[in-house]
Design a protein around this ligand. Structure first.
Ligand code: ADP
Ligand code: 5GP
Length: 265
């Protein structure tokens, strides 16, 4: 995903209230298609900025410093933590730090745009507790097998299929999914076009409800689609996905095709 940031040299306002636009938090197990959805959304909807996170993990594939992430060292990251530069930060997949700089919020505020954070479940919990007005969206892959295929395909495309890393990310998936109840909206990324339309509807509906911003086309349909994605209306859609991941009475994660059968994708 190519994320963008408005440039700005102002210092942080140091406030955790997001005054100018809507703050969207976007979480998903790695490989669910979050970056793909965000990049498609940006083609359809104007004035949504994406916060470029800081991370201590090394760049993957064609990633560039300052585009997908600000890549940095552990020492530098810890110094930034000490200086209070992060709105939230977390250790993800064990040993790498990821964090959202407060500066990203300041920049979006300055230009009056909505801001989208692509962060893990730990970071999302931190942001929600500081900024309860944030809108949170959880993205799920339809099945564990689809998730494994997407992760492996992405690794292939990046030229580095690392089975240990693949297994680690898959093992984390069910644990992350257990947090779905904390989110305002649920997206199941099965058919890409449908998931993109749902995401777009959520953004437009929130703008309509919060800012009374008119919806240019088929407004009742947009509001209906967004309402259908609300957590409270997602029970039926969620059931088979949760069961497949061994959550809430499913078959159990140990029976899922994680990590084995590398050639059956
Ligand atoms: P994430 O950002 O959640 O880690 P990505 O957006 O990188 O995931 O997607 C992982 C892989 O799955 C990519 O190769 C992407 O092209 C593919 N993908 C994403 N969404 C879909 C979809 N709905 N159908 C098929 N493939 C998808
Ligand atoms: P990846 O290494 O695949 O880019 O990302 C791994 C995980 O880190 C994803 O779940 C992603 O959402 C999360 N992540 C990316 N940036 C941040 C951040 O700034 N803060 C937190 N808490 N998680 C992040």
């Amino acid at each position: 995903m190519r994320r963008s940031e408005a440039s700005n040299n102002e210092t942080s306002l140091g406030e955790d209230r997001y005054v100018a636009g809507i703050l969207f938090i976007f979480s998903a197990p790695s490989g669910s298609g979050k970056s793909t959805l965000v990049s498609e959304l940006r083609k359809q909807v104007k004035d949504v900025d994406f916060s470029i996170s800081w991370t201590t993990r090394p760049p993957r594939g064609s990633e560039e410093n300052g585009r997908e992430y600000h890549f940095t060292t552990k020492e530098e990251f810890e110094r930034m933590v000490g200086e209070g530069q992060f709105l939230e930060h977390a250790q993800v997949f064990g040993n790498h730090y990821y964090g959202t700089a407060r500066q990203s919020l300041d920049e979006a505020r300055r230009v009056g745009h909505d801001l989208l954070l692509d962060i893990d479940v730990q970071g999302a919990a931190q942001v929600r507790s500081r900024m309860p007005e944030a809108v949170s969206i959880f993205v799920l892959p339809p099945t564990p097998k689809v998730l494994r295929t997407r992760l492996r395909n992405r690794m292939r495309a990046e030229g580095d299929v690392n089975e240990a890393e693949l297994y680690r990310r898959l093992s984390e998936a069910a644990k992350e999914i257990e947090n779905y109840r904390e989110y305002s909206y649920i997206l199941i990324n099965d058919i890409l076009d449908r998931a993109v339309a749902q995401l777009e509807a959520i953004v437009l509906a929130e703008r309509y409800y919060r800012n009374a911003e008119p919806i240019a086309y088929r407004s009742s349909r947009v509001l209906e689609v967004a309402a259908g994605c609300r957590l409270s209306n997602s029970r039926e859609r969620l059931k088979p996905v949760l069961e497949a991941f061994g959550i809430e009475g499913g078959n159990g994660q140990q029976q899922l095709p994680f990590g084995d059968d590398p050639d059956d994708d």
